[in-house]
Design a protein around this ligand. Structure first.
Ligand SMILES: Nc1nc2c(c(=O)[nH]1)N[C@@H](CN(C=O)c1ccc(C(=O)N[C@@H](CCC(=O)O)C(=O)O)cc1)CN2
Length: 284
């Protein structure tokens, strides 16, 4: 059976990158099933995502990595090769609001998300029955407002125990410590319920109502130590008016949050999101 790999790279732009990549692939008996590239004139950097198909047994991921390494070094690349047949392990985290978690569980149940979900973690017990209906373990890890560290230590322990590649904050409402953010850099995805950079922080719909905006939105982004300031993966908006009180904005915003989070996660799972500085290139 054929094997599929993904090569994702970013490097200072120069002549010959695409030729080198395609020659490397063909010289190893592989073919290119899909390729995307972007040359950023503002930074002078080049970005590429290639889906590689190989005949069964020709070579494995470790051999590919070993033989591509000297080439990558010569081009000063930031790069990764993933095996498309190995699904990422994704831990979902939530607090009380259920809509984003419910949407991801439904999409997972329907086979829309190419991943494994080893468990769900929440600082409240409210969502247990919904999660366990899906046959997924639920870990209630309470937060002591006077000392949050035990909560974060247990969360980290669960992430390590399950060897999670990715963590999704599906309206999880605690600010993660910098240690966790750094350990899982560009692997923790959050859905913020505003069109960032507007209305970062708590209660963005109430902030939006106070400001009198005509658009509200949602932003899917990688989590960094700085709150709601990480690289943006996806965003969308919906119109509102003077007739809409904060509660109506919350209702209208939920659909946008669900769409943006699931789209951003799907692109992340497909290795379509490349981070450069505090921005992304998304080959969607
Ligand atoms: N290190 C980071 N942690 C988190 C981020 C982030 O970008 N970096 N995003 C948030 C999600 N979020 C908005 O999308 C958000 C969550 C929580 C708060 C907040 O003020 N929380 C209070 C506690 C609220 C409660 O107990 O119910 C607090 O932590 O004091 C603001 C924005 C997830 N984590």
């Amino acid at each position: 059976m054929e094997r599929r790999f993904r090569l994702i790279l970013a490097c200072p732009d120069r002549l010959g990158i695409v030729a080198m990549v395609s020659n490397f692939i063909s010289s190893h008996g592989g073919s290119i099933a899909d390729a995307n590239q972007h040359s950023d004139s503002s930074t002078g950097w080049f970005f590429m995502r290639v889906e590689i198909v190989t005949a069964s047994g020709s070579f494995d991921r470790e051999q590919l990595i070993e033989q591509f390494t000297p080439i990558a070094q010569s081009f000063k690349m930031q790069w990764e090769i993933t095996d498309s047949s190995v699904p990422k392990k994704v831990i979902l985290m939530a607090s009380r609001d259920s809509h984003c978690l419910a949407d991801l569980l439904y999409r997972y149940h329907e086979g829309e998300l190419d991943c494994e979900i080893p468990c769900v973690i929440s600082n409240h017990d409210d969502l247990r029955s919904m999660v366990e209906w899906h046959g997924i373990p639920y870990h209630h890890v309470p937060v002591d407002k006077e000392d949050k560290q035990p909560h974060f230590d247990r969360v980290h322990q669960l992430i390590v125990e399950h060897e999670a590649d990715t963590v999704v904050l599906a309206r999880y409402m605690q600010i993660l410590p910098s240690t966790v953010c750094e350990l899982y850099r560009h692997r923790i995805i959050n859905i913020h319920h505003s069109f960032l950079p507007s209305f970062a922080g708590a209660k963005p719909y109430h902030q939006a109502h106070e400001r009198g905006v005509k658009l509200i939105g949602a932003t899917c982004h990688y989590v960094t130590e700085e709150l709601d300031a990480g690289p943006i993966i996806d965003q969308d908006v919906v119109r509102v008016s003077h007739r809409d009180q904060p509660q109506e904005m919350v209702r209208l915003g939920k659909d946008v949050e669900k769409t943006v989070l699931s789209r951003g996660l799907r692109w992340h799972l497909d290795d379509r999101v490349l981070v450069h500085g505090n921005k992304t290139v998304v080959f969607n």
